[in-house]
Design a binder for this molecule. Structure first.
Ligand SMILES: [Zn+2]
Length: 147
């Protein structure tokens, strides 16, 4: 895992997302930051959102910040690929902290709802997102590693 910092979401970040990752830094809004601080007090660091954003930092590191940014904002296909990887990391973090290390269908539905939301400029339908999220849920629940 790459080195990263966690900081409050800056004032200039007016857009609606609650957290985002940029150039080695995870930015979180007040709610997510409070959750992160709570986790740290319990000796944990990886909230599901932080796991999601760290995956984006990995992608930026792997592909280069400029290439990542260009692809993310100009290509639905790339944005979907990047977000699916990040949501899978997020789902794995949720499973990790659950008692039985398993995901419920509610989590798959919640992730599908997020993926299909206007936040990502309609990159996938809810039905397709749900099919994908359930496949990931099943892989995680079966104990399979990242594809
Ligand atoms: Zn994301």
């Amino acid at each position: 895992m790459i080195k990263y910092k966690v900081q409050p979401k800056p004032r200039w970040a007016w857009w609606q997302c609650a957290g985002f990752a940029w150039n080695g830094v995870v930015y979180l809004d007040n709610g997510l930051l409070a959750e992160y601080i709570q986790y740290r007090q319990n000796g944990l660091v990886l909230t599901p959102t932080v796991a999601h954003e760290i995956r984006h930092l990995d992608q930026q590191h792997q592909d280069g910040l400029l290439t990542f940014t260009w692809r993310y904002f100009t290509s639905k296909k790339w944005r979907l690929k990047y977000e699916q990887e990040a949501y899978e990391a997020q789902m794995r973090a949720v499973a990790e902290e659950s008692t039985l290390h398993k995901l419920t269908d509610f989590i798959a539905q919640d992730v599908a709802h997020s993926l299909a939301s206007p936040l990502y400029r309609n990159m996938i339908s809810y039905a397709d997102a749900l099919t994908w999220a359930r496949q990931v849920k099943n892989r995680i629940n079966a104990g399979e590693a990242i594809a």
